[in-house]
Design a protein around this ligand. Structure first.
Ligand code: SF4
Length: 269
């Protein structure tokens, strides 16, 4: 159990630092578990956190390698053309701060399209979606479902990094959304998994008073495609207990796709 907590804290701190954070906040629960004072913000570095031993007691741990899947289909020209168009886009102010555009990547004929809100620091530097700590957790989520990362497509609503990793504004999301709609028209996913409140609200404006915690796990629709709202992997790094409800959401998606739920070690120590 302690190893589990330490690993989650280590993952979270490393993720925050990768995202450019100078100080890192931790919840009282985590601080209590670590026997640290609960007042003020905790500034730390990865080396300040004891290196946890490997453990396999929660969802989204390293999975056994799934059987080799066939090579993914070639990227269709329409998707390449769209990526080139995105790379030249100046439709909203986010273009001024980007290093690279991040159109998204993956299987061009996916069963599942994962959608987040916008690129972070690592994504901006590499031009790839979900490659930082949150992306590593997303990979574990995908593998827990019995897929390889290459089997799915991963994208964001906004293709450029907002300054200081702030949330994209409604206007910025609406300006960029046509790109995602065109991607979806090409990809034709069977299911969209929207990760985090911003992504969900960017795709499906929620009624007044509805929150991600209320709608997660319940089917919505985007452009006629079933959409499963769930928490963002970055949120899971800060709130590891929420991995369980997310796993329930992912199992619901597997059921919809007619796929078996792979065995996962889920017992907390
Ligand atoms: S975020 Fe989207 S709309 Fe804004 S500049 Fe980048 S690609 Fe264009």
């Amino acid at each position: 159990m302690l190893n589990e907590i330490l690993k989650d804290v280590s993952d979270y701190i490393a993720w925050e630092l990768e995202e450019g954070a100078v100080t890192v906040e931790a919840s009282p629960d985590i601080l209590a578990a670590l026997s640290l004072p609960t007042t003020g913000s905790a500034a730390s570095t990865p080396s300040a956190v004891p290196k946890p031993e490997p453990t396999g007691s929660t969802p989204f741990v390293e999975q056994k390698k799934t059987p080799a899947t066939p090579s993914p289909p070639a990227i269709p020209p329409a998707l390449k053309t769209l990526a080139a168009e995105i790379s030249a886009c100046t439709r909203c102010g986010l273009y001024t701060g980007r290093t690279n555009t991040v159109p998204g990547q993956g299987n061009p004929q996916p069963e599942i399209l994962f959608v987040g809100e916008a690129p972070g620091k690592d994504e901006d530097e590499q031009g790839l979606a979900f490659v930082g700590r949150a992306g590593q957790l997303l990979t574990k989520m995908i593998e827990a479902m019995g897929f390889a990362r290459e089997d799915v497509f991963i994208a964001n609503i906004n293709k450029c990094r907002p300054p200081d990793n702030r949330k994209p504004s409604r206007e910025e999301m609406d300006t960029c959304l046509p790109f995602l709609k065109r991607q979806i028209a090409i990809l034709k996913p069977k299911v969209i998994i929207a990760m985090g409140a911003t992504a969900v609200e960017g795709l499906v404006p929620l009624p007044e008073g509805e929150t991600i915690s209320k709608v997660r796990g319940q089917w919505l629709q985007f452009e006629g495609i079933p959409l499963m709202p769930t928490y963002h992997p970055a949120y899971l790094l800060r709130n590891p207990a929420m991995k369980r409800p997310v796993w329930e959401d992912l199992k619901t998606v597997l059921g919809f796709l007619g796929r078996p739920v792979p065995p996962v070690k889920t017992t907390e120590g």
